[in-house]
Design a protein around this ligand. Sequence first.
Ligand code: SF4
Ligand code: SF4
Length: 107
Amino acid sequence: MTYVINEACIDVKDGVCADVCPVDCIYEGGRMFYIQPEECVNCALCVYVCPVEAIYPDDQLPAGSAAFQAVNAEFFGPEVTGWGAPGGVDGVHRTALDHPKVADWPG
Ligand code: SF4
Ligand code: SF4
């Protein structure tokens, strides 16, 4: 299980969730933030601070957002950043890149 950020974050991206995450597993991309699924400890703190209700447990995603479980995971894979599980946000692991589904999302 992990928490997942969905399309509601796109172009909002205020970073409040990343500020409260105790393990720094919410990483900044170009148009949204992404949760590293292996690093998330499922504390749910991020859910309560998000102003647009963009964060859900992976088994409770709204039907229209089901693809975002893969979007969050694949952001860390070889086809986007190749970061894997960096062990927490730092000065190196931030990027203007996005998952292709997010990059192509209507703005
Ligand atoms: S559920 Fe907790 S550990 Fe997971 S991303 Fe949110 S704040 Fe971080
Ligand atoms: S708090 Fe919500 S809108 Fe803000 S960056 Fe996190 S997921 Fe996106």
